[in-house]
Design a protein around this ligand. Structure first.
Ligand SMILES: Cc1ncc(COP(=O)(O)O)c(C=O)c1O
Length: 332
């Protein structure tokens, strides 16, 4: 098993922070000239990451979360998401492989073909699904969910939406360290911007922390696609700091490394009517990405992030050097 770059960067974590490799690293980076941007555009393609039934950025989080669940003696992961949750599906696929069960509290959002297909996959995944419809009902049901999934003295390991706990966030630290190594190897020039969708925040926060550890000046452009959580820059930086604190608590020597306020920029103008509501700009970006660059995006996350990238580039607002688009969606 290829060890994580985080263990190479901080060998003191090797014994204290367990890791379970679930995909082929490093994920590829390649130029993406077909979309005709002013900035030099590249893609770091997470879509193929993961050897189980689902791929993409969620698998990176599980590489840290699943061994932690086992370390705690949990038998079930209890987590939450929307009806089409990629996170819930990835958790169900990979937890099963490690002998853990998954219970999902689900809340409603608009249902289209993609969401219907996701629900079918979730039903087939073996996860226990609890349809709770709204965030309020989910919060009210929390004690019952905990009790329902406690087995003897083994409590469920609760994970927030999207797996964006300080530990899950390390998944994106690893992506950033990988990009740093690819820059060092001359595979890709040092980017000015790394563009990602922001659904629960762990990916953007982890990228910012990981980029800080590489010493690169690359900034994260987080395109916010979820209005049900607080996902502004302060919240994302707070999560990055909590991840850094976790690394220190497990013995890592990070020097003074925490992401500076300027290391993350968030954009909310591509959200449209809300989480999982498709937008015209997103659909246009999705069609262009498919026709001109052969990319398979979806409407909730990656289409909106690419729409923002294209519009900001056209307006001259992605200045300073090459831009890397993080492709986070991994259907199978
Ligand atoms: C395909 C895809 N891209 C991006 C994201 C956003 O990542 P994060 O939840 O870490 O903000 C998610 C999940 O929320 C996702 O499923």
């Amino acid at each position: 098993m290829r060890p994580p770059l985080l263990h190479a960067r901080c060998p003191e974590l090797t014994g204290s922070l367990p890791f379970l490799r679930l995909g082929e690293a490093p994920t590829p980076v390649r130029p993406l000239p077909a979309l005709g941007t002013r900035a030099e555009l590249w893609i770091k393609d997470e879509s193929g990451y993961g050897n189980g039934g689902w791929g993409g950025n969620k698998v990176r989080k599980l590489e840290w979360l699943l061994p932690e669940a086992r370390r705690r003696g949990a038998r079930t992961i209890l987590t939450v998401g929307g009806l089409g949750t990629n996170w819930g599906l990835a958790a169900a696929c990979y937890a099963r492989e490690t002998g853990l069960g998954v219970a999902l509290g689900l809340i409603d959002h608009p249902v289209d073909e993609h969401v219907r297909a996701q629900l079918e996959r979730l039903r087939a995944s073996g996860a226990t699904l609890h349809f709770l419809h709204s965030k309020n009902r989910l919060i009210l049901a929390a004690p019952w969910l905990f009790a329902r999934h406690t087995r003897g003295r083994s409590l469920p390991y609760y994970l927030p939406a999207g797996g964006s706990s300080p530990l899950g966030t390390l998944g994106a630290v690893e992506i950033a360290l990988e990009l740093g190594a690819q820059v060092e190897a001359g595979t890709v020039p040092e980017p000015a911007w790394l563009v990602t969708p922001v659904g629960s925040g762990g990916t953007a926060a982890g990228l910012a922390l990981g980029l800080r550890l590489t010493g690169m000046r690359t900034r994260v452009l987080g395109v916010v696609v979820n209005d049900t959580l607080r996902l502004d820059r302060t919240a994302l930086l707070g999560l990055a700091r909590r991840s850094a604190a976790l690394l220190r608590a497990r013995g890592a020597d990070l020097g003074g490394a925490v992401p500076a306020p300027g290391s993350i920029r968030t954009e909310t103008a591509w959200l449209g009517d809300g989480y999982a509501h498709p937008t015209r700009a997103g659909d246009a970006a999705l069609a262009r990405a498919s026709a001109e660059a052969g990319l398979t995006l979806e409407r909730t996350y990656t289409a909106k992030a690419l729409a923002a990238l294209l519009a900001l580039d056209a307006a001259g607002r992605l200045e300073g050097g090459p831009v890397v688009f993080l492709h986070t969606h991994g259907p199978r």
